[in-house]
Design a protein around this ligand. Structure first.
Ligand code: PLP
Length: 352
């Protein structure tokens, strides 16, 4: 095989990162296990219980239930599926701010629910009035994002919970990216802060686990029952996951990373990443670009298309928001030296 995996030294757009060495090692050891068949692979199944317990601790959930998914997309689809199963409505809808991840569009398509996308306010957070106006007796789920993909913003989760529950709908929090940094901030985002029913929180993003390792948490185990199907040919009798065979590597690496890093390692990583984001925002502002305040370690700035393309041509892996701003995600592999080199390239491009 000739092709090498992507090196991380110029990757500024990814929500994933280099796994922690302990996570990499655990992934390798559990590569040939299948937590989808817990009767046959009981060890990895026990590890999955540990993973869910650890995720519950991070997300403020006593008595946690859930499972390790293939990623945030699967967790979001499953959350919509639970809500659809729970509602009495025959024409259910899901209300989500426009900052919600595109995985909810997949969920809506697959599950035949209407997705009502509402605007965000001038700080890129869910507009509560717009959410209130969109919710009705057919609303099965309200989605709040805790760490948005484009601007790293946290929606007002307690207020969204009140709106959801006054309409007899469920509240899902998508903390796929934010879940491993938010414990070190003042945001109200988790099960202990609001009446959250389900949550996405992905070890393979800020959690520094190996891909594929997403997380679905549910307030109580009966919510998982909404997903369960009978499994006649397996040693176990039912399965709540979307995929059948799945990666034990993701499960084991999640446990290894969290045991290694929670909480002190994640805290110092958050501080490092946040400082880097603020440094970059500052550097871009000084050069005259309009920058969205990096409230979490993610920077968005209105760098012109031609400059963006020239930076990409220099090998920088960068991406753009829906409205065309450059976005840089300060993941654990993103160092100050990388950012300084990026800004150096930007300066050289501007001179020409
Ligand atoms: N939710 C949020 C907020 C995300 O940022 C992402 C991906 O970046 C997802 C969900 C989807 O996660 P995945 O790509 O692991 O399926």
């Amino acid at each position: 095989m000739q092709i090498e995996p992507q090196a991380f030294d110029r990757v500024l757009s990814s929500m994933c990162t280099e796994p922690h060495p302990a996570a990499r090692d655990a992934a390798e050891r559990f590569l040939a296990t299948n937590p989808g068949d817990p009767g046959t692979y009981p060890n990895v199944s026990a590890l999955e219980d540990d993973a869910v317990a650890l995720l519950g601790e991070i997300a403020g959930l006593d008595d946690p239930a859930g499972y390790i998914t293939s990623g945030g997309t699967e967790a979001n689809i499953q959350a919509v599926r639970i809500a659809r199963e729970r509602t009495d409505s025959r024409t259910p809808n899901v209300v989500m701010p426009e900052s919600g991840h595109f995985s909810f569009q997949k969920a809506a398509d697959l599950l035949g629910v209407e997705l009502r996308i509402v605007p965000t306010d001038d700080r890129h957070r869910a507009d509560l009035e717009a959410v209130r106006a969109s919710v009705d007796e057919n609303t099965a789920l309200v989605v709040g994002v805790a760490g948005t993909t484009e601007y790293g913003r946290v929606d007002p989760i307690p207020a969204l919970g009140e709106i959801a529950h006054s309409a007899d709908a469920m509240l899902h929090v998508d903390a796929a990216w934010g879940g491993f940094v938010l414990p070190f901030t003042d945001y109200e985002w988790h099960f202990g802060h609001a009446a959250v029913d389900t949550m996405t929180i992905d070890p393979h993003k800020m959690g520094q686990a190996a891909v594929p390792s997403g997380g679905l948490l549910v307030r109580s185990p009966d919510l998982l029952d909404e997903l369960a199907v009978d499994t006649p040919y397996l040693e176990s009798t039912s399965q709540a996951t979307l995929t059948g065979t799945r990666s034990g590597a993701g499960v084991a690496s999640a446990v290894a990373a969290i045991e290694e890093l929670w909480p002190a390692g994640y805290r110092s990583q958050y501080i490092r990443s946040q400082n880097n984001a603020e440094w970059l925002a500052d550097a871009l502002e000084k050069r005259g670009y309009r920058v969205a305040d990096p409230t979490l370690p993610l920077v968005a700035a209105d760098v012109p298309r031609s400059t963006f393309d020239a930076l990409r041509a220099k090998g920088w892996r960068i991406s753009r928001t829906a409205t065309g701003e450059l976005r840089v995600v300060c993941m654990p592999h993103v160092t100050r030296e990388m950012l300084a080199s990026f800004v150096g390239d930007l300066d050289r491009l501007e001179v020409r």
